[in-house]
Ligand binder design. Structure first.
Ligand code: NAI
Length: 707
């Protein structure tokens, strides 16, 4: 079967991995670290070996292979390039996104190369490393494809500057595999023999980790955070227990070449090594070439946002109507103009706008100012605000309308024309401003509380409409000294509550790096936390024809009000789905702690095969004539085959006499795979899935069924 050339450019990921200190320590032990380099093995002042990065994203390599439809029986890790942008933290959650960038043909019987590139970011949005890997596909060459570009690589004709001796343990692969690469070739003697080896072999990436330790120990001792790039080619296999040496040549300031040699037979195991090191330039949040609109930026928080955005390279539209704190009376151009002058004086770019956000024309004109001056808009901070406090009975319609008009309609009036542009350019960052008064309530502020929480509702839906276009919308609930809070906050708190404390959160949410959308953050005085709407597990009171009455509610109010195991929903559908599934299986019937399994679609192998005909993609099956035989052992197991011919699919609970390929699995692993908790590649490489017959054809299953 030919490689899938259409996979070039196809996105892979996101792959999200949560890891703890224990994982980085286990990796370090797996690549031979110990008391000699305790910094990688002991939680006190723990540092992470940079090569841990590739072990942490192993899944994406499998995904590249699956997307390219590689013959898995002939796949080898060819080359690996890692570029470090920031030290790998000892724990956290990382997200990896990538794509296949090229597929090269080395010729018939010579194999093919699949090149995949990925970027990995920490959950704080910080890019940590880039990986470029090449998968050498021994059995896939000769498809008349593009030839791989020729590269030359020469080591200096002199003795290495450093030679680092090491000796992996006889049991080394058994430790290393616990970091994720559980392919049986490195643990199972029978599997190794069947693959043509005397016994299980070392993982190439395990030897790579040994090399990484060696390079750091000689070039940047105790400072793994200074590794900037590590590239190499895997050229030969190694048995555990065989001594190795890493040869290192310093070639320039911050640059070295290296290779790893099997000392017993003088065979190069890892070749063409490049190592770059030195201080990684600080990757600070910048807004160069970004255009930002900030409403109400003539004073208080808005002014602080405008100054910092401009300082970090943004072109800023400083909007301010320039009215009084209650919005009564005429506006003035001077607050906005003063801020613009200040930005320009400091070398930044800014333009003033004096429109009132409360009118649709004002909103349009603010966005037009950005277009006229800078050609686009990338960032919008809806910040303008007034107060007209009164206890509710005294809250005359004029007070009500004025506050709703500036805060809620103001956010609508400016966001709508800006959103249109962001949608067209498929990029946007919007920050709304709410208040603790809206989130939690405050006496005398019904108008303000209503407007401020309505803004959260606006965000909740807009985040869904913007998601596809890379428009991220979040909300800040600030706490800061300004003319609105003067006289309300105790003087000593007012003194300390500089608006600058709120600025970093708002700027982060405006940045390209911002990974979240639809979140609310409290920010002030150096305290930051997230506020969210959580929903308790349901209590079903009455079902089908049995409509409950108020007394039935009264009897169950404690359970209905319970917030234990409450959940946060990203959208209405998620909540409705939960509600419907609660009706199917009321919570009192569900044992405690079972909620994690609510995402499992299939409860038995039979249910998978029953669902198969409905998920069959007839249009993907044109011209195919294949039979997939499943042998599922364990609870609920049995034999099923699935025959696909002439775009039709037949499923039977039986053995077929001529299957194209046979898939053997234990029912637990099978269900984990069908419920998306185990990828087919992981299952195959860990031996949980055994495929007999035409392995290549088995890869069609993912294409033919939408399971
Ligand atoms: P501020 O009064 O210093 O700044 C608000 C700015 O908005 C003023 O410069 C004002 O001229 C401008 N503005 C008012 N109405 C406008 C309109 N119709 N069109 C254009 N500009 C208009 O107040 P502060 O504290 O900086 O408030 C900023 C935002 O933060 C407001 O939305 C406020 O509700 C919110 N907020 C502030 C808190 C705080 O502790 N300071 C607490 C919670 C929310």
């Amino acid at each position: 079967m030919a490689l899938n050339l259409k996979s070039i450019g196809e996105k892979a990921g996101p792959f999200i991995k949560e890891y703890a200190q224990k994982d980085t320590i286990l990796y370090a032990l797996g690549v031979g670290a110990g008391f000699s380099d305790l910094q990688y093995c002991y939680e006190k002042d723990l540092k992470v070996l940079p090569s841990f990065s590739i072990a942490a994203i192993f899944d994406i390599l499998s995904e590249f292979a699956i997307k390219a439809e590689v013959n898995l029986a002939g796949i080898l890790h060819g080359e690996q390039d890692l570029i470090f942008h920031d030290p790998v933290p000892p724990e956290g959650t990382i997200t990896t996104n990538g794509q296949i960038t090229n597929i090269y043909d080395k010729g018939k019987d010579k194999g093919a190369l699949v090149i995949g590139k990925s970027e990995t970011c920490h959950s704080n949005g910080q890019k940590i490393f880039t990986s470029i890997c090449s998968l050498f596909c021994r059995l896939d060459g000769g498809f008349d494809g593009k030839k791989s570009p020729k590269t030359t690589f020469t080591f200096p004709q002199r003795e290495p500057d450093f030679i680092v001796d090491d000796k992996p343990l006889l049991n080394q692969p058994l430790i290393y595999r616990l970091s994720g690469d559980i392919f049986p070739l490195h643990a199972d003697p029978k599997f190794a023999k069947a693959s043509g080896f005397e016994k299980p072999i070392m993982h190439g990436l395990c030897t790579h980790g040994f090399a990484c330790r060696a390079l750091i120990s000689r070039l940047i001792p105790n400072e793994p955070e200074k590794a900037r790039r590590m590239a190499c080619r895997f050229s030969s296999t190694l048995y555990p227990g065989v001594p190795i040496k890493t040869l290192i040549w310093k070639t320039a300031e911050g640059e070295a070449l290296w290779k790893v040699v099997n000392v017993e037979i003088d065979d190069v195991i890892i070749d063409n090594g490049i190592f770059e090191y030195g201080d990684i330039p600080k990757d600070e949040i910048r807004f160069d070439d970004r255009v930002a609109i900030i409403t109400g930026a003539g004073a208080g928080l808005g002014r602080a946002y405008a100054l910092e955005l401009a300082k970090r390279g943004a072109k800023v539209v400083v909007n301010d109507y320039g009215g009084s704190p209650d919005g009564i009376g005429d506006g003035s151009s001077s607050p906005a103009q003063i801020v613009v002058d200040q930005i320009k004086k400091a070398g930044g770019e800014a333009v003033a706008n004096y429109d009132n956000v409360a009118s649709p024309e004002g909103g349009k004109n603010i966005v037009k100012t950005a277009l006229d001056a800078f050609g686009t808009v990338d960032i919008l901070i809806n910040n303008a605000g007034i107060l007209r406090d009164k206890s509710f009975v005294n809250m005359e319609p004029g007070y009500w309308q004025a506050v709703i008009g500036v805060h809620l309609s103001g956010a609508y009036n400016v966001t709508r024309p800006a959103f249109k542009i962001m949608k067209e350019k498929e990029y946007g960052r919007i920050v709304m401003t709410t208040s603790a008064a809206g989130l939690y309530g405050n006496f005398g502020q019904t108008n303000y509380s209503a407007a401020k929480l309505a803004i959260v509702g606006l965000m909740n839906t807009l985040k869904l409409e913007g998601k596809k276009y890379n428009i991220k919308i979040n909300t800040v609930a600030p706490f800061a000294a300004s003319r609105l809070t003067e006289g309300i906050m105790p003087p000593e708190i007012f003194e300390k509550s500089k608006p600058e404390f709120v600025v970093p959160m708002t700027l982060y949410l405006c940045s390209e790096r911002c990974p979240v959308t639809g979140n609310i953050y409290n920010a002030g005085l150096g305290f930051f936390n997230r506020a969210a709407i959580f929903t308790g597990p349901s209590a079903v009171v009455g079902r089908k024809d049995d409509i409950p009455d108020a007394d039935a509610i009264s009897a169950k109010i404690k359970q209905i009000s319970n917030l234990k195991n409450a959940r946060e929903y990203f959208n209405l559908n998620d909540q409705v789905m939960d509600l419907l599934s609660s009706l199917e299986s009321p919570p009192e019937d569900t044992p405690q702690g079972d909620d994690e399994d609510t995402g499992s679609r299939f409860g038995s192998p039979t249910s998978v095969f029953e669902a198969m005909p409905d998920s069959f993609k007839a249009d993907a099956a044109a011209g195919l004539d294949v039979v997939f035989q499943y042998i599922i052992t364990g609870e609920g197991g049995g034999d099923w085959f699935c025959a696909v011919k002439d775009s039709e699919c037949t499923i039977k609970s039986a053995m077929h006499d001529k299957p194209t390929c046979t898939l053997k699995m234990d029912s637990g692993n099978f269900l984990a795979m069908m419920n998306g908790k185990l990828t087919p590649m992981q299952a195959y490489s860990s031996g949980k899935l055994v495929i007999e017959g035409d392995i290549m054809k088995s890869q069609l299953i993912e294409k033919l069924f939408r399971l």
